[in-house]
Design a protein around this ligand. Sequence first.
Ligand SMILES: [Zn+2]
Length: 491
Amino acid sequence: MQYEAVIGLEVHAELQTKSKMFCGCPVVDATKAEPNTAVCPVCSGMPGVLPVVNKKAVEYALRVALALNCQVARTSIFARKNYFYPDLPKGYQISQYEQPLAENGELIIDTPQGEKTIRIRRVHMEEDTGKLTHVIPEEDEPYSLVDLNRSGVSLLEIVSEPDLSTPDEVTSYASGLRDIVRTLGVNSGDMEKGVIRFEANVSIRPVGYKELGTRVEIKNLNTFRGMERAIRYEFQRQSALLDAGLPVIQETLGWDETLGVTYSQRGKEEAHDYRYFPEPDLPPLLVEKEWIDKIRSQLPELPRARMLRLQQKYALPIDEARMLSADLNILQFFETCAQLDPTLSPKTIANWICGQLFAWFNISDESITTTKIQAQDLVELLNLTQSNRINQTTAKSVLEVMLLTGKHAATIIAEQNLEQVSDQVEIEEMVMRVLVENPDQMSAYLNGKETLENWFFGQIMRLAGGKANPSIIKNILNEKLKKLKSASPSK
Ligand SMILES: [Zn+2]
């Protein structure tokens, strides 16, 4: 039997406002702050305290809802979601249930078959829980630590319809959402810091069937790669069950990144298990039309629009256009370079940013906002390459030094004497020297082993310390070899 996957995604994105959703505690970096230092009676669930809605959080949520083309509810209701867990000191989470802030949105993704619209069922506001750390000492009983710094931080839940069918589509959608919240300035998109988190609902059905299969929910998806692997794994697991005539059980699964398997966490709750009811301590949330209009008019250019613009304006391939447009700072860096020197090809600039710069950001702790070089510096380097003062290989190593030290390209080239040798006479001397000093290779070449031309090229470049102009070497070498060949008796 052939099956297809039916996947919906739930995304939790912290709204990175200065203070929490219902109290004045600061929102701190969970990976840096001391535990329980950003806590007050409200977010630690003391009796008798009252929540107050953070207006900025509502504004941030509206930005996302509008960017996703949702219908915003002028009136939405906060609700209590009741459950007991040690990271939830009140015994309930303030969320939204029957009347969420926004519904019926969409996000367009690119697939190998073209554009695909993923419908968004709802966008609602809630508060985050605390964080548990489970400790298993070698010679003692295991215990858990509770950190309430995250408790009460504003959280946006974005729920898609089950419109996704492949792991690749899931990644496009998830990264598309992440790029949007980043662009809107409401979330840093740092998955490793847990400020944006994903859960996938996965079911399968025989190809061609309309009816949905039993779905499972997979939690703890902390990386895009992990998410893809988990969905592939689930697809295989459920296919094997159905093929064996066994049912898929509706449950909540965790994902073990190391073992590469999903595992059962608990039976799936139904909404009625949570005993939702309207939060009595908060009035309905009313949103003025003028406010919505104002926020809508101030939305920045969104990632997909930026990508299409880049692709058209600079004639870039779609992949590079996407890489450059995902982050606003990268986009500005690229466009500044292109404007600073219109004689440079945008494709070349894009290649250097997507290649060398991104590689550096991957291996270093730096990003486009913290890097030591500015658009002007990259343009200077590319100019020196374009005008043949240095060759491509040298340019790459010069850029590495620039990124490490913040020095200008010209300074590094002067200091390390890297300027490209383009002097005909000088290069001709080097060519002759290599040909004369390697008689064995020379005679092999003359006997028909023409691929040795590349070997000679390498030797000459080595002699030149990598600094010679490669096209001049090639021309002179080719010319010399031709002459030698026509002068030698053919065998
Ligand atoms: Zn607080």
